[in-house]
Design a protein around this ligand. Structure first.
Ligand SMILES: NC(=O)c1ccc[n+]([C@@H]2O[C@H](COP(=O)([O-])OP(=O)(O)OC[C@H]3O[C@@H](n4cnc5c(N)ncnc54)[C@H](O)[C@@H]3O)[C@@H](O)[C@H]2O)c1
Length: 342
């Protein structure tokens, strides 16, 4: 499919992934429109393409703003989300954006006869998926699996996906949802709780890397250019409300990730193991009684000790998704970018 001269709306386009997606769409000749409330997004993320795109400062939870933004568009990519906020808190903005905002986009896209809406979801939409005895999942997680939920974030992403499922059959709008896995790359938010950004930042500061638990949980990191290509390629699938994993296709446990970061950065730091006794609980955490029994809190954020490694064969089969950037290459690029920052 060619997207040359197509008018494409990117919600959350001033964010980390959204800005990379917009750059690529411009490169491919699309007419890009961004709607972003700039809660975590930054105008400088769009500096490279600011003269080539239209930017609407707006909120997708407001139907009137969404309707105007969607009018005349051929395709919609929905990436807006208050993602920088921690996933355990009781944030109204998660519902406003992830549920109401997604519904607004679906409704406006139906009315304005958009050709396809691609909704960006997350690995968090899986909930807790383990072996039947509670052990870490041994195989790659595929779209037909699901588990018990413990994250407000995950539930709103799942709700958005579910709304996307009813629109192809009930309202004639082609949709699909993409579950991103641990995306990283330039412009990544340095305040995020991801182990990778924390490790890189600590190496830059010459501080030891803190590691909680055995560190053997597996992750499937995705370099941003891979997820961007996959997101654009997904326009080629049918759009019957299906859900697809998009990941880097590799796997690394946290100990190996820490070692890779130290090797790449050549930093003079060690891996320091911390235990339950070292945990610091601030007031907010103490007030929220649930933990789902699966997530441990450290003084640096929360740690999820399960495996999340994606089976990406469905995305490969339906729209040819094939990630290209290895974790080694990606961490090197990310380190170079981090060093360019003040
Ligand atoms: N980065 C990852 O590892 C990862 C993993 C899984 C899923 N995702 C999903 O990918 C998408 C992009 O994530 P990101 O890492 O680029 O985050 P980000 O915070 O950099 O980007 C999100 C953008 O959405 C904007 N936004 C938030 N609420 C809005 C609203 N109501 N109306 C309009 N704009 C709004 C923010 O200002 C920001 O520019 C999100 O939907 C996120 O849930 C990301």
């Amino acid at each position: 499919m060619t997207i040359q001269d197509k008018r494409i709306l990117v919600t959350g386009g001033a964010g980390f992934v959204g800005s990379h997606l917009c750059e690529r769409l411009v490169e491919l000749g699309a007419k890009v429109v961004v709607i972003d409330n700039f809660s975590t997004g930054k105008s400088e993320n769009l500096n490279n393409i600011k003269d080539d795109i239209e930017v609407i400062v707006g909120d997708i939870s407001e139907y009137g703003q969404v309707d105007k933004a969607v009018e005349g568009c051929d395709y919609v990519f929905n990436l807006a989300y208050p993602y920088g906020v921690d996933g355990l808190g009781l944030h109204q903005a998660y519902i406003d954006t992830g549920v109401q905002g997604t519904f607004n986009l679906l409704k406006a896209s139906t009315i304005h006869k958009v050709k396809k809406l691609v909704n960006v979801s997350s690995v968090s939409a899986y909930g807790i998926v383990t072996e039947p005895n509670g052990d870490r999942l041994k195989k790659r997680i595929s779209e037909d699996m699901s588990g018990r939920h413990f994250l407000h974030y995950g539930i709103t992403k799942l709700s958005g996906e579910n709304y996307c499922k009813i629109f192809p059959t009930s309202f004639g709008l082609d949709t699909l949802s993409l579950r991103y896995f641990y995306v990283y790359g330039p412009r990544y938010a340095t305040y995020d709780h991801s182990a990778l950004i924390k490790f890189l930042t600590r190496c830059k500061e010459g501080k030891d890397l803190k590691l909680f638990g055995d560190g053997l949980q597996l992750r499937d990191y995705t370099y941003v250019s891979d997820v961007v290509e996959g997101t654009i390629q997904s326009l080629n699938c049918r759009g019957n409300g299906e859900v697809y994993n998009l990941s880097g296709g590799g796997e690394s446990n946290i100990v190996d990730l820490a070692k890779l970061v130290i090797k790449t950065t050549n930093a003079d730091v060690n891996i320091k193991r911390i235990t339950e006794r070292d945990l610091v609980f601030d007031d907010e955490w103490v007030r929220i009684p649930f933990r789902g029994g699966v997530t441990k809190l450290t003084d640096e954020g929360w740690v999820d000790e399960r495996n999340y490694v994606a089976d990406i064969s469905k995305a490969n089969k339906d729209f040819g998704y094939k990630p290209k950037v290895s974790l080694e290459q990606g961490v090197k690029k990310m380190w170079e970018w981090l060093n360019e920052q003040s």
